[in-house]
Design a protein. Structure first.
Ligand code: UDP
Ligand code: MG
Length: 321
């Protein structure tokens, strides 16, 4: 027997959950027709939703044995949701997918075949177009991937998504990375293993709204830089060295000028500009160092990545008694 765990992080997804459940059930039957020895587990992570997501999940868990859920005590973010899912999944294979049907369940049979073939440890989709996304956002995304891949040793594939079909071995490797500041796009790639990318066209959300604003994405991008590269630190050191060199040259020039021509007091404006530029640069570089220090601070606290308030075991117990 082989078990596939499907992990679904949900934040305010009450509208799409019934649609998602219906779709995924269809695909499960389809897979079981081809592979009779396959069983499923559907593990929803309720990431502190403020709508009816939790009661929707309770209903699903009551009527369907394969449905499990973990409900967080508050919103911890999608990264924490994915981690909780991987940690609690019991399958031989684990799938991570969004609840909003932007990760079409129809890909699952194909992904299963790819991983079963033994040639790959992971199958994932890769967006080939950014249709339906604001132009400015696309531009920033492309720039992000370009810079990221220049300054980081870990390759971050443009258009790669969190829709993944993985073997137990790969999941355990990901779980061995206990870091608190989680940047999954980097983590998936850092652990290595053979990954198959399936190209596909972007689809719109089935219902509800995306919670990712421009600023949230921008912060996420910065998170990526600081989590998977120390290049900003190098850049700030290099900037320091360059300004020292410039200052040194200026000192020599001024001394020579003084000796050869005497020195009328001049150049107040230049002086002010240099002072402003230099103090700005210093603050900028201290800021970069501070970012890493802040991350280190958070890591050393060793706080849990998520906290659970309720699971499917609670409703099942309650409905039995
Ligand atoms: N999500 C989550 N916690 C959050 C934000 C989002 O678990 O704080 C889930 C959400 O329910 C969805 C997935 O992450 O299943 C992707 O979110 P969304 O569709 O808002 O992002 P987008 O597809 O626009 O990148
Ligand atoms: Mg989405």
């Amino acid at each position: 027997m082989k078990k596939i765990s499907i992990v679904v992080p949900c934040y305010n997804e009450q509208e799409v959950l019934p649609l998602f459940y219906e779709e995924i059930k269809k695909v499960m039957t389809q897979i079981q027709q081809a592979h009779a020895d396959t069983t499923f587990e559907l593990l929803f992570i309720n990431d502190g939703s403020r709508d009816g997501t939790l009661s929707e999940l309770r209903e699903l868990a009551k009527k369907d044995e394969i449905v499990r859920y973990i409900s967080f005590s508050r919103n911890f973010g999608k990264e924490a949701g994915m981690y909780a899912g991987l940690e609690n999944a019991t399958g031989d294979y684990v799938v991570i997918m969004d609840a909003d049907l932007q990760h079409p369940p129809a890909f699952l049979p194909q992904m299963y075949e790819i991983v079963l073939s033994g040639e790959y440890d992971c199958a994932t989709t890769r967006r080939v177009s950014r249709k339906g996304e604001p132009k400015l956002l696309s531009w920033f995304s492309r720039k992000f991937y370009k810079i990221m891949n220049k300054i980081s040793q870990t390759e971050i594939v443009d258009g790669a998504q969190d829709f993944r079909f993985m073997t137990r071995q790969m999941v355990d490797s990901i779980l061995s990375m206990k870091e608190y500041n989680r940047f999954s796009k980097g983590i998936f790639s850092w652990v290595g293993f053979r990954t198959k990318y399936i190209p596909y066209e972007n689809v719109e959300r089935a219902a509800g709204t995306s919670t990712w604003s421009f600023w949230k994405l921008f912060r996420y991008a910065l998170e990526g830089f600081f989590a998977f590269s120390t290049a900003p630190l190098t850049i700030s050191s290099v900037l320091g060295i360059i300004s020292c060199l410039v200052a040194f040259i200026m000192i020599i020039v001024i001394i020579i000028k003084k000796i050869c021509f005497g020195d009328p007091v001049q150049g107040f404006a230049t002086l002010m500009c240099v002072i402003f530029l230099m103090s700005g640069l210093q603050l900028f570089c201290v800021g970069i160092a501070g970012q890493y220090l802040a991350k280190t601070y958070l890591e050393t606290k060793r706080r849990p990545i998520y906290l659970v308030s309720e699971t499917e075991a609670d409703v099942r117990k309650a409905s039995k008694s």
